[in-house]
Design a protein. Structure first.
Length: 333
């Protein structure tokens, strides 16, 4: 029943007009790109949700289509430069990199979104100065002062260090929030041609097929991912965390892209992913993917995800509290 309901929900977001083709299989799926470039009604009252936010399902479908289109365009740019990219400058420090391709991808995503939704607000990583204070202030300003109910939150290339070194683990992460709640999340991995999509209340999918989080029932069976953060405080907390977790879990992985680690929690390749400090553009799309796949996403104190969340833990939900307890007992707070 669950799979039937989720699959039906996904069908509500498909419309005729264009095809998404999986390069690995050659199969096509219709995502209605002709329609999503047409003008849409601005009504937002017919699709009720438990949290009290109401959105017309046609609007939500159009938002999903544009998010897919923007992600695929940026993914093609990434794939076209997959052999590695020159670093133009470092941001917070020598471990926090920027290439010529990052702003090109962000510009492409922004233009694709604003072509259809000119009145929507936009927050991209490359618009913000480096450092956690600047990124926290940026999302706070958007949530407090925006003239639009809709806010797009974008990381044009998540996993820039991987990208610089030609590792096939970098991708765009695109989220669309309405009145502060993420409604659409898309992560497109161009290297494996895997398109992860989620809509609030509509389930999570990879290349059109429903996905769900893993079923590991104990921390000893968990495959846990974490980062290698550039900031000194986050690095120290990560070292505490890895020392505490490694003896208790099956294994730990550092993959270098929050987007791919979140997507892989959503489809069960990973059991859990945690970080001491991330920005809204790193996690917003992935948070929805995991929630809609049946998982749990909180801060390190167990509070539910919001766009202001920075210290995060995402999991299949079953082992979530065990992970938080280990981290907190080790001094990661």
């Amino acid at each position: 029943m669950f799979r039937q309901t989720v699959f039906f929900s996904f069908l509500l977001f498909l419309s005729p007009g264009s095809a998404y083709t999986n390069r690995s299989t050659g199969s096509s799926q219709n995502y209605g790109s002709t329609r999503f470039r047409q003008s849409i009604a601005t009504r937002m009252t017919t699709h009720s949700r438990p949290a009290g936010v109401t959105i017309d399902k046609e609007v939500l479908r159009q938002v999903l289509h544009v998010a897919i289109d923007a992600s695929k365009k940026a993914g093609e740019i990434i794939l076209g430069n997959a052999g590695g990219a020159e670093v133009t400058k470092s941001k917070a420090n020598s471990r926090d990199l920027l290439t010529l391709i990052d702003p090109i991808c962000e510009k492409t995503i922004r233009e694709t979104i604003l072509e259809t939704f000119p009145n929507h607000d936009f927050l991209g990583e490359e618009d913000v100065s480096p450092g956690k204070e600047a990124s926290a202030a940026a999302i706070e300003a958007k949530l407090s002062n925006s003239d639009s109910n809709w806010l797009w939150i974008v990381d044009p290339i998540d996993g820039t260090t991987n990208f610089v070194h030609g590792m096939p683990l970098s991708m765009p992460s695109v989220a669309a929030a309405y009145k502060g709640e993420v409604m659409v999340g898309v992560i497109y991995d161009p290297h494996r041609d895997e398109l992860f999509t989620a809509t609030r209340g509509g389930g999570s999918f990879m290349n059109g097929k429903p996905i769900k989080v893993g079923e590991q029932g104990s921390i000893g069976d968990a495959v846990v991912a974490m980062g290698s953060p550039p900031a000194d405080e986050s690095m120290q907390m990560s070292l505490k965390g890895v020392q505490a977790l490694m003896p208790k879990v099956r294994t730990i992985r550092m993959i270098g892209s929050a987007a791919v680690m979140l997507a892989w929690v959503a489809n069960g390749r990973l059991t859990c992913y945690w970080e001491y400090d991330l920005s809204s553009w790193d996690i917003s799309a992935g948070a929805l993917l995991i929630q809609e796949a049946g998982g749990r996403f909180t801060d390190l104190e167990g509070n539910d995800f919001t766009l202001r969340t920075r210290k995060m833990c995402a999991s299949n939900g079953i082992i979530h509290n065990e992970i938080l307890n280990v981290l907190n007992e080790s001094g990661v707070i």
